[in-house]
Design a protein around this ligand. Structure first.
Ligand code: UGA
Length: 431
């Protein structure tokens, strides 16, 4: 099939590269000239394992190309995925202006041949109806088109694997033609395909992300009770997870969730629910608990070092999670801001995210590796659970630290081992 994917962010670029790999002819559109220039040279503008190679493969085999004009790309293709940003507005609602603009441009390029417009970006429920209205208004008379919702569930860091091996493919469509196109598109992807109406599909995405965020805040709340009672949150999570109705995943306590999906989608889902007349109080508590974890983590640090002024703090991990260079809504941002205002000197290391972190914190010290970050530090903070931090030589780490104090926001080390090594160790929800 001839496909255009409008937007070359995480979701759009992965979708484009994967569909090209599955044999479709794909045009990926982005109006950011810097990103586009890189992509045209076959270079990915963010770090995602395997994506760079897939882009080059698609380009060299002639199935993947990049361009700047959504209307022009839409004119040449029968299927148009909209994967542009839906950033948060000040009131928490999703800013749909980019989606609306793309819908207009696509509408003007629909002719007699049926065109299917598919929303891939995460959107509030009823956005599909809005897209349909916009297209109807701007398309030429007699234009044939359909609108569908096909939310994406991939995670950063494992995006290609998730796209190619999804737990489920959700398709919200209201015409047989639209459903047929989507079924054909996903023919070679191994995963159950579920068909719903447009609104249900849109809610499935918001509800899934909110539920996962709720699981994280739930275990973080449990971790607080564990700390107060002398229990161990890892054992509690393991015991809970053995119940197949609960499951073991997404029960890691720590400094909470970040990234460009959970925080923004939660806020948008709370907002749209409110607009529709429902006060989603559970989700408000999920946001509150998530935020409280950062304050709680800093309290742990300040209970060990009363006055941080002039102290050196080593930081392992800046990205919102491992295997990505994404710093958006990373818990590290608020923590570093607090440390800076307390007058601490910061030595940080992250295997991938330091380039992006420099744009936010140009003045802190960036180190060549984890041991370098720990050098002469009064304490070491673990903020992202990269594998290489789990596999460190702890004796060497102890030797380079000025004081052997590790405050672990991701529970990557074993308290007993740290005790044996003579490293003072503070973690989340366990002693
Ligand atoms: C999330 C969803 O998992 C994807 O299914 C979805 O497609 C994506 O959002 C999206 O809407 O685009 P992602 O943001 O890439 O994916 O990252 P996750 O792996 O879900 O992690 C999110 C945050 O939760 C991270 O900060 C992570 O550290 C934190 N987390 C995760 C925990 O604190 N504890 C856990 O047990 C799991």
């Amino acid at each position: 099939m001839k496909i255009s994917v409008i937007g070359a962010g995480y979701v759009g670029l992965v979708t484009a590269a994967c569909f090209a790999d599955l044999g479709h002819e794909v045009i990926n559109v982005d109006n950011d000239s810097r990103k586009l220039a890189l992509l045209k040279k076959g270079k990915c503008h963010f770090f995602e394992p395997g994506l760079q190679e897939l882009i080059l493969k698609g380009m060299s085999e002639g199935r993947l190309s990049f361009e700047s004009d959504a209307g022009r790309a839409a004119a040449k293709t029968d299927v148009v995925f909209i994967a542009v940003g839906t950033p948060p507005k000040d009131d928490g609602g999703a800013d749909l202006s980019q989606i609306e603009e793309v819908a207009k441009q696509v509408a003007k390029n629909i002719r007699k041949k049926f065109k299917l417009i598919i929303e891939k970006s995460t959107v509030p429920v009823r956005t599909g109806i809005r897209i349909r209205q916009i297209i109807r208004k701007h398309a030429p008379k007699g234009a044939r088109f359909g609108v569908a919702s096909n939310p994406e569930f991939l995670r950063e860091g494992t995006a290609i694997h998730d796209f190619m091996n999804p737990d489920r493919i959700i398709v919200g469509a209201d015409s047989a033609t639209a459903r047929k196109v989507l079924k054909d598109l996903y023919e070679n992807i191994n995963g159950p395909l579920m068909i719903t109406d447009l609104q249900s599909s849109e809610i499935i995405k918001h509800a899934s992300n909110s539920f996962l965020a709720m699981k994280i805040s739930f275990i973080n709340a449990i971790s607080r009770v564990c700390e107060l009672s002398g229990a161990n949150v890892e054992e509690v999570a393991e015991g809970m997870g053995l119940d197949t109705r609960i499951g073991p995943k997404f029960l890691n306590a720590g400094i909470g969730f970040g990234g460009f999906c959970f925080p923004k989608d939660l806020a948008a889902f709370i907002k749209i629910s409110e607009e529709l007349g429902y006060d989603f109080s559970i989700l408000k508590a999920v946001e509150r608990v998530n935020h409280e974890q950062i304050g709680h983590y800093l309290t742990k640090l300040r209970s060990k070092i009363k006055n941080l002024k002039g102290k050196t703090v080593g930081i392992l991990g800046l990205a919102f999670k491992p295997n990505t260079d994404d710093m958006r809504f990373a818990p590290s941002i608020e923590i570093i801001n607090q440390l800076i205002s307390d007058g601490a000197k910061i030595r940080a290391f992250d295997p991938e995210a330091m380039g992006k972190a420099k744009e936010i914190f140009p003045k802190i010290t960036y180190c060549k590796d984890a041991y370098d970050a720990a050098k002469n530090a009064d304490c070491l903070l673990v903020l992202t659970e990269w594998n290489e931090f789990k596999e460190m030589d702890m004796l060497r780490l102890k030797r380079v630290l000025k004081k052997p104090l590790v405050i672990d926001g991701r529970n990557i080390y074993k308290p007993k081992q740290m005790q044996k090594l003579g490293i003072e160790y503070v973690s989340m929800g366990r002693e």
